[in-house]
Design a protein around this ligand. Sequence first.
Ligand code: ADP
Length: 158
Amino acid sequence: MCPGSFDPVTNGHVDIIERAASLFDRVNVVVMVNAAKSPVFSTEKRVAMLRACLSHLPNVTVESFDGLLAVYAAQKGATAIVKGLRALSDFEYEFQMALTNKRLNPRLETVFLTATGDKMYLSSSLVKQVAQYGGDISAFVPEAILPQIEAQFGKDRS
Ligand code: ADP
């Protein structure tokens, strides 16, 4: 399972998911509906954008879930959670989450993949910040979803 907010999906996410797809037979990308966050893109849009970016990966499915990931992973029979680590700043939070999930579901392992060098600075919040001020985000997100993101921030490409 590859969980996240994906608000919106970036080239960094796609990189981690592609690598997870080559390590595992099946990968379930899960858009977590986190009530504490107020996303820019609706859950449905985030799922649709992920599907558009991952259509080249036949063993990857995308869905959304509102609740505890450890419980959902057990329901689905998932063996591992795959997460990307960009820098030390990601580590403390991810470590805490991994330990909590292990406590809630002892059969679930968390696997960390290090970010690829040229994508390690990428985050959804960076994409939103640049897009909000009309900047060029074409290097940060897959081409398939570029028009949708720009439209959300009021940029007309025509
Ligand atoms: P963000 O922090 O960008 O809002 P999410 O909550 O959607 O991301 O993150 C989902 C997963 O993707 C997390 O494990 C996060 O560490 C990972 N991730 C996000 N951006 C990158 C990147 N550029 N390279 C590697 N992993 C990443």
